[in-house]
Design a protein around this ligand. Structure first.
Ligand code: PLP
Ligand code: TYF
Length: 393
């Protein structure tokens, strides 16, 4: 039965991560997968996470299942973080999910049940995994203009013109902050306009928040979420604790569906039924850690401080890269590297140049030219800039 299965290429991002690990070159530079690393290439565990895990180890007295939606405490703490303390609890059905990916998949299954004819509009370009996660349930996917290659910012007029043509059968996937892969984010004024168009046209905003706190700060990065939540009756929010709590492998996320009044219970039933068909109960550990941090003021403060440190270290990497490329004489205006937000930006390199960077210099980045800025450090910038200079001529 299995011999007819086709051989498939592996996830290009995760494939590079494995290749990088095997590369013996001591000068190697990893700009591939979106994982935060310190200057020595290590991804640390937040102190608040360690403290919460210690607390949990001491106090946890059962491994019996948690509910399909996760715990109410986790869901409440996350919604406060994302939407704010005044979130409309009577209209939001939320569930702990295995990572942001789990949230995106549950949300897509929910949309498919709600309206199999819906079209999900994603930014051009978007995170490559949005395609299998959303398209895999059978939903149609189309793109709206987003990234402007010339300015390395947002082509907002192109985007808003497309959104103005959408209606109630459309769903628009928006990145809350730190756009993956471009780093080009929407301004508050642009979010205001999108919220007004969503309310007017009746399409469903579907917000993916995987980097809250890694752009301009926890509240600033949630501006769009909060504006949209205050402007429309129905929306979906898929969030991840992988980056901002450093809980990558523990798989912690949340799906939240904002509904019309009186539809909450039906929505909880639908989400539970979708979870039952996929994994039934989510893993408890990471959600409990996040809940403990967000409900313990001293740990909240410690977590926020460490997160702000990561954010400023990525900003330092942006400054380093801009200065390094200029110093090495690489052609181009690199001011955009400072304007972009979060872990990622594009470098204008051809696939040929990217392949050469990997083959000749052990510099790893994905084919699109997307780089993870966390991989740029004071120690490797001269080597990295010289390598880029040499492949760009
Ligand atoms: N959405 C975006 C845009 C991402 O970059 C990621 C990856 O980190 C996720 C969602 C979800 O990640 P995870 O499933 O690891 O929480
Ligand atoms: O874009 C990234 O690099 C991160 C991590 O299948 C990631 O979002 C990459 C590939 C993948 C899951 C997560």
């Amino acid at each position: 039965m299995f011999s007819s299965m086709a051989s498939l290429p592996i996830d290009p991002i995760l494939g590079l991560m494995a290749k990088f690990r095997e590369d013996p070159n001591s000068d190697k530079v990893d700009l591939s997968v979106g994982v935060y690393k310190t200057a020595n290439g290590h991804t640390p565990i937040f102190e608040a996470v360690k403290a919460a895990e210690k607390y949990r180890l001491e106090t946890e007295d059962t491994k019996a299942y948690i509910g399909m939606m996760g715990t109410p405490g986790y869901n409440d703490a996350m919604l406060r973080l994302l939407i704010g303390a005044d979130y409309p609890s009577d209209r939001i059905a939320a569930a702990l999910t295995p990572g942001g990916c789990g949230a995106l998949r549950v949300a897509s299954e929910f949309l498919m049940r709600a309206n199999p004819d819906a079209t999900v509009w994603v930014s051009d370009p978007t995170w490559a995994n949005h395609m299998p996660l959303i398209g895999g349930v059978g939903l149609k996917i189309k793109t709206y203009p987003y990234y402007d290659k010339a300015s390395h910012g947002v082509n907002f007029s192109g985007m808003i013109e497309t959104l103005k043509g959408l209606g109630p059968n459309d769903v628009v996937l928006l990145h809350a902050s730190c756009h993956n892969p471009s780093g080009a984010d929407l301004s508050p004024a642009q979010w205001d306009e999108i919220a007004a168009v969503a309310a007017e046209r009746g399409f469903i905003p579907f917000i993916d928040s995987a980097y809250q706190g890694l752009g301009e700060g926890l509240d600033a990065d949630a501006y769009g979420i909060r504006k949209i939540a205050a402007s429309v009756e129905e929306m979906i929010l898929a969030s991840s604790c992988s980056k901002n709590f450093g809980l990558y492998r523990d798989r912690v996320g949340q799906v939240a569906v904002m509904t019309k009044a009186d539809r909450k219970e039906v929505t909880v039933g639908q989400i539970s039924s979708i979870a039952r068909g996929m994994y039934s109960m989510p893993p408890a550990h990471g959600g409990a850690v996040v809940e403990h941090i967000l409900t313990t003021p001293s740990l909240t403060a410690s977590w926020q401080k460490e997160l702000a440190g990561i954010c400023s270290s990525i900003q330092t990497s942006r400054t380093l890269l801009k200065a390094g490329l200029e110093k090495a004489g690489v052609e181009g205006d690199f001011a955009y590297l400072i304007q972009n937000q979060g872990m990622f930006s594009f470098l204008d390199l051809t696939v040929e140049q990217i392949n050469k960077l990997q083959a000749d210099y052990s510099v790893y980045l994905v084919n699109s030219g997307r780089i993870n800025l966390a991989g740029v450090t004071a120690n490797n910038i001269d080597y990295l800039a010289a390598s880029i200079k040499s492949v760009t001529g």
